[in-house]
Design a protein around this ligand. Structure first.
Ligand code: C2E
Ligand code: MG
Ligand code: MG
Ligand code: MG
Length: 286
């Protein structure tokens, strides 16, 4: 706890707390510096068509090449970036890098970018996305943004307007981590989704828990009947993939097909088209 003794001056009574505050402040300074130095980069995870085994898209996942601590995952810095407002500039770096890199890849491969609820607080979000597409010369149809239910719960009217504008531009809108939030299903009729991503906690236990299998089946049926592409996240084994095929999901993503990898590595995979999943399915069909 801190007690104000004069405007702008605080006396700290809890040394633990002050250390935490100090660590957060330091991290914020480091994020700012790394934004200037270009220390943020993207890894890409393949998204596979369940029927053909072909890579039809990639998801961009941000990493921080920290000058002292090495490569950091999003959970180490995204929450603080969201709280401090730095998610705005960071999100813009991510969008521009994803669009620029995807513009160099063959065919109609889609790139998905995660956009958090905090980024919707920026009234310039639509212009930032349109600007990133234009700067890279990437057709809007090749970009997809991934949002979570948090975006639907806050500022519903304004956020739905932004999403509708993006959808009319041709940008895909995916609902990420489906089944883990608190929103009602009513939003499926309100927001212009093109894709539903079933959270990996259900995929992961699809063989072990009949409840999870039931949830994946129902979510897939719901999504498909709404005309959406349905993706299963976190597919790690061929056995999970086989069961998933029976649920009707359209696409799959997970360590079975590849962990998130640097841009150079994913570019090579795009050319090869078929992954282990495709071969496993071909074998199962034979
Ligand atoms: P997400 O969008 O749901 O991304 C999926 C996460 O699951 C990724 O973690 C990915 O590495 C991991 N994953 C993929 N396949 C498997 C699997 O088969 N098994 C397991 N156990 N995990 C798998 P990552 O890269 O650490 O990202 C975590 C979260 O951070 C993302 O969840 C997303 O919400 C957020 N995030 C990542 N990049 C960005 C970004 O550029 N902007 C924003 N706002 N958020 C981001
Ligand atoms: Mg995502
Ligand atoms: Mg997810
Ligand atoms: Mg997630």
């Amino acid at each position: 706890r801190a007690k104000a003794v004069a405007p702008g001056r605080f006396v700290h009574y809890d040394p633990g707390m002050s250390e935490e505050v100090e660590a957060r402040r330091r991290l914020e300074v480091e994020i700012r510096r790394s934004l200037e130095d270009g220390d943020f980069l993207l890894h890409y995870q393949p998204v596979v068509d369940v029927r053909t085994g072909r890579v039809v898209g990639v998801e961009a996942l941000v990493r921080w090449q920290h000058p002292e601590r090495g490569l950091l995952s999003p959970q180490a810095f995204i929450p603080l970036a969201e709280q401090s407002g730095l998610i705005g500039p960071l999100g813009d770096v991510v969008l521009r890098a994803a669009c620029a890199e995807a513009a160099g890849w063959p065919g109609d491969l889609k790139v998905a970018v995660n956009v958090s609820a905090a980024q919707f607080g920026n009234p310039g979000l639509f212009d930032d996305i349109a600007g990133a597409l234009a700067a890279a010369g990437l057709p809007p149809q090749r970009l997809e943004i991934e949002i979570t239910e948090t975006v639907l719960l806050e500022n519903e009217e304004r956020n739905v307007a932004v999403l509708r504008a993006l959808a009319s531009l041709g940008v895909g809108v995916a609902l990420d981590d489906f089944g883990t939030g608190y929103a009602s299903l009513a939003y499926l009729a309100t927001f212009p989704f093109s894709k539903l991503k079933i959270d990996r906690r259900f995929t992961g236990d699809i063989l072990a828990k009949r409840e999870c299998a039931a949830i994946v089946c129902s979510a897939a049926a719901l999504g498909l009947s709404l005309g959406l592409t349905v993706v299963a996240e976190g597919v790690e084994t061929a056995a999970q993939l086989e069961v998933l095929r029976l649920t009707g999901v359209t696409q799959a993503q997970g360590f079975l097909f590849g962990a998130p990898m640097p841009a150079e590595a994913i570019a090579g995979r795009i050319g090869s088209e078929v992954f282990a999943g495709g071969r496993a399915m071909a074998a199962a069909e034979a």
